[in-house]
Structure formats: C-alpha cells, structure tokens
Write a protein that binds this ligand. Structure first.
Ligand code: URA
Length: 436
C-alpha cells in the first residue's frame, strides 16, 4: 500500500477501506508517513468528506493507536459524559456525584482548560490536596468502592489523534465534520466507558456556532459511538451565553456546590438533569427519563449527591471540608461591578470573548505552561433576556491584578449587547440525539 494512492483516491472522492485507513493512521503515528503527505490527505478529506464507514474506521484506528483503558474490573455499566467545550461549564462536578450517588459507576477522564474554555481538572484542583494523578489500579478501586473517580487524560490515550490534531491545527483542516467527530470519539472510546453522553454546544462560545452544525456533529458522533458498540446519546445545548452565573475555577466550584445543595440556576439545572438522566438511562438504572429526573431531584434533596462529592474529593487527596464550608476557598483581592450604562435588555453576548475575559484576568492559560489563578473570574448578575435599568450590575469581575482588571473590563463590556427592544430568555437544551 502507498500513501500516494490513498491521497489520489480521496482526491477523486472515493471511499477508503478500513485496511487503508489503518495503514495511514498507523504509518503516521509511527513516523513512517511524512507530514506533507498526511496534510494533502487531510485537505482532500476537507473537500470530499468521509462516509460513515470511513469515519468509524478512522475513529477506531485512532482509539487503538495507544492504550485502550480496560474498565472490565469495574462492576456494572460505566457512564461517561463529554462536553465539546464551553464557558462556565461545571456540569461534571455536579452530575458526577449525582449519578454516582445513585449507584452508577462514573470512571472519567477529564481535561484542563484550553483557550477560552475551562477544564474540569483545573476546577477540581481548587480543592487543596486534590490529585488527578492516581494509578489505574487506584482509579478502578475508587470507582468500585464509591462509584466515582476522575483522572487526567494520559499521553498514551489515542496518540494518533494527538499527532493528527497538531497537524490539522496548522494546515487549516480542523473544521471538517468527520475529522472532529473521530477525534473526539477516539478519546472517548479509548477511555473505556460503556455509556457515553455527549454535550454538544452550539453558539458564540462553542466550536460549532450554529444549531445545524452542532446537530450534524452530534449525529455523527452518536453513529460512531453506537457503531463501536457503546450506548451513545448527544444533548445539544446552548452556548450563546455562559452556563450558570459563574466563570472561573473556584467561582465555578462554589456554584457547583450550591447546585448540589439544590440551588442551581435554571440553565445549569436543566443541563445537569438532562445529561445525568441519559447517563442513568444508558446504564439501565432507569427505564424512562422521567424516572431518572425524579431520582436525581431526590439525591440532591436528601444531600446524598453533596456527600458523594465530599467522599470523592477526600478519596483523591482533597480537603473535603471545603465542600461543606465553601467560604474556606481563597478569594481574589479585587472586585469590580460592571454596570449598565443605559436601560434596556441584554440581547446577546459574545461568549468566546467572555471566556477570554476570564483568561485575561488570569483564570486560563495563555500558553500550555501558564500557571492559572484559581480565584479570578466573573459572576453574572444578569443574563440574556434580563431587563436592565441604568446602573444595574450586570456582572462582578474578580481579579488580583489592576492592569489585568482594566483590560478585562473593556473586553467584557464589548462582549455584552444591550438593546431597547425586549428579548426572550433563551432555552438551554436545544435537542437530544439518540440512536439514528
Ligand atoms: N476537540 C477535539 O478533541 N478534536 C477536534 O477535532 C475538535 C475539538
């Protein structure tokens, strides 16, 4: 087999066989096929696409290019959730304990913040002592014992995707549906869970800006997951504004604790209830979504979900007292209230810019090596649809550095649009994709 022939085939819009796709993925991972040939191939995929069978074959080849986590030592059907990346998304911290407290094992690999989006690992490290670097054996023991453990993504997970993603990034070949779907799903399949619930975001803070694009990505990923023998669901959710009120690591952890105390903002509650319900359904803990929602409400009401968060934090070395006494978390030294300059309605937000405002404050990484400031961020007081009178506080910025704060204020103000005509609040859940 020659890479040249595969490029030619794709250039003419022909479908590649599974053997051909494996040849290219394995050859590239081992360094036997050069970047320039793979670049040409990826560009041909951008123009001519891949069909369902090719997309599944590419996903499997990338998933199997490294370690496939073996979770068979964990009893029962394991459920995982993956978000395509958003601003203010703290759902894993809430639904992990909710689902685990109902007896469904959650063995999760999470990532760090990237660009304008936050990451679960950074948020969890807000608990003093918390570590995601536990051994595979400890990970499995914890899930068997208390149904919940979260670790960081290892370099051995889908190395072919890592190498291909880096190449796509510099050859303008990131935004192709099959390439995005196979990239995300290769890591989820390698992470080993039986049930995969995807949260595909749509809007100004998301990778996919429109509902239609998000739906196409959701459908493609659900097909891949089911094709690979995993029960897969995708929830399409709005990212035209941050999720909940808090953006920034400790601020989000505190909002997650509030949610587990039964005081979640409506959009965050909808997100957690919907995603967690599909985790319970896929894991056969319930037969119907309505039954799942009842159980989830009860586990929050009884305090069992909050206790599960404390148990999980402690098991991974963290100080669980912070779960019950969130005032222990350190606070940023400066706060600034952004006020409405005129009356009107908030009609839209540039959510990516809001994520970048948090990054400018120090809450995200400018380079891979940057240290992040866990205390800074934004707490919204008003969101889309809110009526404002002059001098109403729209949000409070939390900072530790005056220069960063000044830059963040301008950025934030430019990201919020206020108009005179009323505007309806936007729903958070836009759709669900099940087996198609
Ligand atoms: N996230 C991924 O992991 N891969 C992509 O291709 C795009 C977003």
């Amino acid at each position: 087999m020659r890479m040249y022939d595969l490029i030619m085939k794709k250039k003419h819009g022909e479908a590649l066989s599974e053997a051909e796709i494996r040849f290219f993925v394995n050859g590239y991972t081992k360094g036997e096929i050069p970047d320039y040939q793979v670049s040409a191939f990826l560009m041909a995929v951008c123009f001519n696409g891949m069909d369902e069978a090719e997309t599944l074959a590419l996903t499997m080849a990338m998933a199997e290019s490294g370690e496939m986590l073996d979770l068979s030592a964990i009893h029962g059907l394991k459920a995982d959730k993956h978000s395509t990346g958003g601003v203010g998304d703290k759902t894993s911290l809430i639904l992990g304990p909710m689902v685990a407290s109902l007896g469904v094992p959650v063995a999760k690999m999470s990532g760090r913040g990237l660009g304008h989006t936050g990451g679960t690992i950074d948020k969890l490290e807000s608990f003093p002592g918390f570590s995601v670097s536990i051994s595979n054996e400890q990970f499995i023991r914890n899930v068997n014992h208390m149904k919940l453990a979260i670790i960081g993504q290892t370099a051995e997970l889908a190395p072919a995707d890592k190498k291909l993603y880096a190449l796509r990034d510099v050859t303008a070949t990131v935004d192709q549906l099959s390439l995005i779907a196979s990239s995300i799903m290769s890591k989820k399949l390698a992470a080993g869970s039986d049930v995969i619930v995807l949260d595909v975001k749509a809007g100004s803070g998301a990778f996919m800006k429109t509902f239609e694009d998000a739906k196409r990505l959701a459908e493609t990923m659900v097909k891949i997951g089911n094709g690979a023998g995993r029960r897969t669901y995708a929830v399409i959710s709005d990212m035209n504004q941050p999720l909940g009120f808090a953006v920034g690591n400790i601020l989000e952890v505190k909002e997650a604790i509030e949610a587990l105390n039964g005081r979640a903002p409506e959009d965050l509650n909808d997100a957690c209830m919907t995603l967690a319900s599909y985790m319970l359904l896929g894991a056969e803990r319930v037969k119907e979504i309505t039954e799942a929602k009842e159980l989830l409400c009860e586990t929050v009401r009884s305090g069992a979900a909050l206790r599960k968060l404390a148990e999980f934090v402690k098991a991974q070395g963290g100080d669980e007292r912070y779960v019950y006494e969130p005032d222990r978390f350190p606070k940023a030294s400066l706060t600034y209230e952004v006020k409405a300059e005129t009356e009107g309605y908030i009609t839209s937000m540039n959510t990516e810019e809001i994520g970048l405002t948090s990054l400018v404050l120090g809450g995200g990484r400018e380079t891979k090596e940057s240290e992040i400031d866990l205390t800074v961020g934004i707490v919204f007081k008003k969101k889309i649809g809110a009526k404002l009178t002059k001098d109403d506080t729209i949000a409070v910025l939390h900072a530790n550095d005056r220069e960063r704060l000044t830059a963040a204020i301008t950025r934030f103000q430019n990201a919020i649009r206020i108009e005179q005509a009323p505007c309806e609040p936007i729903p958070h859940i836009l759709g669900v994709v099940e087996q198609s």
